[in-house]
Design a protein around this ligand. Structure first.
Ligand code: CP3
Length: 330
């Protein structure tokens, strides 16, 4: 049995050198990704082409020697499997058709994704690379479902006041649990729950529509380790600690203070983050300074090095390599 640094960190073990992977490590900043995406003919085709999806998942793992491999897919495949039309327009991001009144999960349309995970598990067998699966949290997924694309949030918040909100969230929670469990059965060793728009909710609304659904999903996946990412809601850490039984991972957006987050998390919760993706676009010496600062702060604590948000598509791969080299040089 090979010891995997990401799994050790998630179990609460501090390490001198934190393991590293990056959100959007596969994607448009890599020429080898752009080539395969063009061959596949669009983003959703690529997600559903298991061979090619496994290939683009592995590209950054091979190129940079990452400790984690994140499944190439999207959080919006759940609305799609529930019967809502989904397409990706170049330069515009995701678009969704009208919200159907009768949403029913068709897990069969997600079979190519499980096949991708099986291909990845065999490719990564006998390595120390951790295979991460992921899902979107109901709130973030619902904002796209309600608004049909990039959310502006007013319509989503108004929707929460209607009698349709509770049933939609129930459907999303149940579908997401089934989907995440099937990812684990196909080889995902960790599930990350993305709630990119959690920061748009406050107080009781944050608990009811973001944190409680995430907690219900995460708890249903035990003993699989879960990384929660209510982006820009670091103040939620104590609430998650109170409501989750075992150790867990918590990802920080780039606005979070690592020091404050560690104080809220206590010694055993694994934090992940939180270099700004912008650091990879500016002067290289500033990148080095920021990375060194994070490394000093996290040394000996359970931590997974990552960005606070995804790799920007204009990032020079040499800058990602420099980041990985610096983390490993400790
Ligand atoms: O981290 C990874 O590389 C894993 C794969 C992954 C993608 N999307 C691939 C993707 C993950 C984990 C996601 C999550 C996701 N998708 C979120 C939550 C995280 C975040 O970014 O806030 C959200 C909100 C989405 C919805 C979504 N999908 C958007 C807003 C976009 C357009 C973004 C863009 O850069 O154009 C997508 C498309 C998408 N998902 C791309 C990728 C690599 C770009 C695809 C392409 O054009 O080639």
């Amino acid at each position: 049995m090979i010891e995997k640094p990401i799994l050790r960190a998630l179990a609460g073990q501090g390490q001198d050198t934190p393991p590293i992977w990056l959100m959007r490590q596969a994607g448009r900043h890599l020429s080898e990704y752009r080539k395969v995406r063009a061959e596949a003919g669009g983003f959703l085709n690529l997600v559903c082409d298991s061979q090619r999806a496994a290939e683009v998942t592995l590209q950054p793992v091979r190129r940079y020697g990452m400790d984690g491999s994140i499944l190439f897919s999207d959080i919006l495949v759940i609305p799609w499997a529930l019967g809502q039309d989904l397409w990706f327009e170049t330069g515009e991001g995701p678009k969704l058709g009208p919200l159907p009144t009768d949403l029913k999960l068709d897990m069969d349309v997600l079979n190519p994704i499980f096949e991708t995970l099986r291909l990845l598990s065999s490719a990564l067998e006998e390595t120390s690379v951790t295979q991460l699966g992921f899902v979107g949290a109901p709130w973030t997924v619902a904002t796209y479902m309600v608004e049909g694309g990039k959310p502006k949030f007013q319509a989503s918040k108004d929707f929460l006041e209607t009698s349709e909100a509770e049933p939609l969230f129930r459907t999303l929670i149940n579908a997401t649990i089934s989907y995440a469990k099937a990812q684990v059965a196909a080889g995902a060793e960790v599930i990350k729950i993305f709630d990119s728009w959690a920061g748009r909710l406050k107080g009781d609304d944050l608990k009811r529509w973001s944190l409680d659904p995430m907690i219900e999903i995460g708890a249903a996946l035990a003993p699989t380790p879960v990384i929660y990412f209510p982006r820009n809601c670091e103040q939620a850490l104590p609430y998650l600690r109170e409501n989750l039984a075992g150790p867990f991972g918590f990802a920080l957006g780039e606005t979070a203070s690592l020091e404050k987050a560690r104080a809220l998390a206590g010694p055993d919760i694994c934090l992940q983050g939180n270099l700004s993706p912008v650091a990879l676009l500016g002067p290289v010496n500033e990148q080095e300074t920021q990375v060194a600062q994070i490394l000093d702060q996290v040394r000996g604590t359970p931590h997974i090095f990552n960005l606070g948000h995804g790799v920007d598509k204009t990032t020079d791969p040499a800058r990602v390599q420099a980041l990985v080299d610096q983390v490993r040089a400790r």
